[in-house]
Design a protein around this ligand. Structure first.
Ligand code: ADP
Ligand code: MG
Length: 730
């Protein structure tokens, strides 16, 4: 619907866009297919393997997937051939090793199944070697100095634990094989390798702890992730007129609309028809890919929506999360939309995050973060939960670094998203339990039951041990933690790697303490209580149940609690260079010091690049689009003033003066930005600081001039689609 209330006469380009949008009809999609007909139909799943593979081969591969054992090389040829037969029977001519470089994007190298023969025939072939290992030209992927271009070899290696799938595009069908991406010398160049390693680390330490708690049969422990994805949809007719959205993913200019999100009438409101049709199309594709998309609704901001799959094993969830982003973007185009995954596409309007719900568990003990119903499980829960608390307190700055991007900085710490200070929300009941532990005496739980860390008398927490607290970056939500500060465009791998690793580290420490105390003859209850008490005393400062948005907390967190407030990525990324962080990742064999250093280099470079691109773009748009429009209008105004004076009137010059003043401010702003861009210092940390403190500030000043002009210049002459149009017209 085109609303015209504050747009009496938009410019010709904007008017054309608005007309095009008004003519749009929802793209016809087939009525939803029956789920059982399409569910995972494009996935080479365990069931498909079972049908297609000889029993022995299937058993071997199943063991590798379930228990993480080594892959038997002799089965690779058989699996490759079965995979090829399955894929080609569904129209695939190509296969691709899909990998996840350090860019948050998905990369793939396509190869044909075709093999020409000497007699002129061509056959399709896919060998175990081709399945297991690929060699994309790695030189153009960011590696932070891990490889120089003259030794550019990079290998992809099949990740058996995530299933292969078919990607369908108008150009055909491709068999996609999830892989890790490593350098010639074996260093991880991607996001998947450390994730798999961090899972192994958490498994090792959790097994130790469970054995100390008396468990005999312990299945492999895995982390789980359910990530809620927020995104914006704007009509693509506007995108053509907004180079900032095209290139930077966010609007660098734009005055606040007369109607913002003050009315909260979008959240959970009826989903507009065109958007519903889009969502159905997305879900249809995701179901075929075996991605369990479950929830869809409007989000807080106008034009903002959310999609959430049911949680899965972290590795598969991470691959699926990448697929969700890819499918959202590609499908939006077909529906005349652009899907914005930027964390803050519109200033003054709620940004987009990705809430990462995370837990660990296995098939024998279940979810280890579930408070559970029996005392024994509660002891287990309290220790695992205590492990999380300790880990988040010790490594809060690392968690902040894991979500540090130029775009996410616009969201964190604003009055709509969790602050850059990492604290833990437990909910009143659990917070009370840990307070009692801290005081040295567990007497009661908030539900009134008697509670000691004895055997029979531990409390039974109700399933939802906590309320919701939207202002906390890291909240316990019943049987999992929800990391709410992750950016909407980010891969969830980085945050999951940090969560798994810090938990592994804490569980290892807890196991050490228990071993020592049990060795001294303490009972399991005594020892556990003592360890938990130490955790609450040393790390309780991270627990916070109040309003995370308040300025009072920002001050107190730092002054009284000793928590770090790392406002920008320029503050947060250098955390990766700290000795303690290097040791943490080395201790658990998740990232070697070189791999960690390379990540710092890559992320620092990406940060600077993102801001410098924006700065150049802002300058160009201001000078070549906004200034000419404002000047033309100013000439018109001046002409009109002269004409009026010629007939003896005395018109106001105020508007002309204001526009002239803002024009001057615009030109000065551009000149200052240009000078600052040229003055970038050497060295990653200094460069980041320069971008954070200097470039962003100057861009803010330039923006003030441009947004001021938007409110004064004739609407018919204003070239950029307005916030009002982009957010409300669909
Ligand atoms: P919200 O109320 O925050 O929208 P939902 O109940 O919709 O929460 O769940 C959000 C996400 O958390 C979903 O992806 C869901 O599958 C996931 N989730 C639920 N339980 C767990 C768990 N034990 N571990 C990890 N993720 C979980
Ligand atoms: Mg949530």
């Amino acid at each position: 619907m085109v609303s015209t209330d504050t747009n009496p006469m938009p410019s010709a380009e904007r008017f054309a866009a608005l007309q095009a949008i008004q003519r749009r009809r929802p793209v016809a999609v087939k009525p939803p297919s029956a789920l059982q007909d399409i569910w995972a139909s494009d996935v080479f799943s365990l069931e498909r393997m079972k049908e297609a593979l000889p029993r022995g081969v299937f058993k071997s591969i199943q063991r590798t997937i379930r228990e993480g054992g080594p892959l038997d090389p002799s089965v690779a040829d058989v699996v490759a051939n079965a995979m090829k037969d399955w894929a080609t029977s569904r129209g695939a001519l190509y296969y691709a090793h899909v990998f996840y470089p350090l860019t948050n994007l998905t990369a793939e190298k396509h190869d044909g199944f075709i093999v020409p023969k000497s007699d002129g025939r061509a056959i399709t072939e896919f060998t175990g070697k081709l399945l297991v290992q690929g060699e994309p030209d790695g030189s153009s992927f960011p590696n932070g100095g891990l490889r120089s271009t003259f030794e550019a070899r990079g290998y992809t290696a099949w990740d058996v634990t995530s299933p292969a799938w078919l990607m369908r595009t108008p150009n055909g069908v491709t068999l996609c094989i999830p892989t890790v991406f490593v350098s010639w010398t074996g260093e991880a160049l991607d996001k998947k390798t450390p994730l798999l390693r961090s899972n192994a680390a958490v498994n090792t330490q959790a097994q130790r702890l469970l054995r100390l708690l008396g468990e005999k049969e312990i299945a492999p422990i895995n982390s789980s992730c359910g990530a809620e994805q927020e995104y914006f949809l704007i009509d693509s007719a506007f995108l053509a007129l907004r180079p900032d959205l095209q290139l930077a993913g966010r609007s660098l200019f734009g005055a606040a609309p007369a109607k913002g999100q003050q009315f909260d009438d979008h959240y959970f409101g009826a989903i507009p028809e065109r958007v519903q049709v889009f969502m159905q199309d997305v879900e249809d594709q995701l179901y075929r890919l075996g991605v369990p998309a479950k929830t869809r609704h409007n989000e807080v901001a106008p034009g903002q929506f959310e999609i959430a799959p049911v949680y899965e094993a972290a590795n598969v969830a991470t691959d699926h999360q990448q697929l969700i982003m890819t499918v959202l973007k590609a499908t939006a185009k077909r529906h005349g939309f652009t899907c914005l995954l930027h964390e803050k596409p519109f200033a003054g309007v709620n940004g987009s995050g990705k809430h990462v719900n995370w837990s660990i568990g296995n098939s024998t003990q279940g979810n280890l973060l579930d408070p559970g119903h029996t005392p024994h499980e509660n002891l287990q829960f309290l220790l695992f939960c205590g492990g999380v608390i300790r880990g988040v307190h010790q490594y809060g700055p690392l968690l902040r670094a894991a979500i540090a991007t130029a775009s996410n900085d616009h969201r964190l710490g604003a009055n709509e998203a969790p602050p850059a200070i990492i604290s833990v929300y437990l909910g009143s009941q659990l917070e009370d339990v840990f307070n009692q532990i801290k005081a040295g005496e567990l007497k009661s739980s908030a539900s009134g039951g008697v509670m000691r860390l004895g055997v029979d008398s531990l409390p039974e927490f109700p399933k939802d041990a906590g309320d919701r607290n939207r202002t906390s970056p890291f909240a316990f939500t019943g049987n999992r933690f929800e990391f709410r500060a992750v950016g909407s465009g980010q891969s969830v791998a980085g945050p999951l790697v940090v969560l798994n690793t810090v938990l592994a580290d804490s569980l290892g420490w807890i196991a050490d303490q228990l071993e020592m105390r049990l060795g001294r003859g303490e009972s399991l209850e005594q020892a556990s209580f003592a360890v938990l008490q130490q955790i609450t005393q040393e790390h309780g400062a991270v627990i916070f149940g109040g309003d995370g948005y308040s300025s009072e907390w920002h001050e107190r967190a730092v002054r009284e609690r000793g928590l770090e407030n790392l406002r920008t990525s320029a503050d947060a990324l250098p955390v990766l260079k700290r000795e303690a962080i290097r040791e943490l990742f080395s201790r658990h064999s998740v990232l070697s010091p070189v791999e960690l250093e390379s990540r710092f280099e890559v992320y620092a470079e990406q940060y600077c690049l993102a801001i410098e691109v924006e700065a150049k773009l802002a300058m160009r748009i201001a000078r070549t689009t906004v200034y000419p429009a404002a000047s033309a209008y100013l000439s018109e105004l001046a002409g009109s003033i002269q004409e009026q004076e010629a007939i003896g009137l005395s018109p106001s010059r105020e508007l002309a003066q204001q526009i002239s003043g803002l024009n001057a401010q615009l030109l000065e702003g551009c000149a200052a930005l240009e000078a600052a861009l040229a003055a970038a210092p050497h060295g990653a940390e200094a460069h980041m600081r320069h971008c954070a403190d200097r470039l962003l500030a100057l861009m803010g000043e330039l923006r003030a001039a441009v947004d001021g002009l938007e409110l004064l210049v004739d609407d018919a002459a204003w070239p950029l689609p307005t916030y009002q149009e982009m957010l409300f017209v669909r």
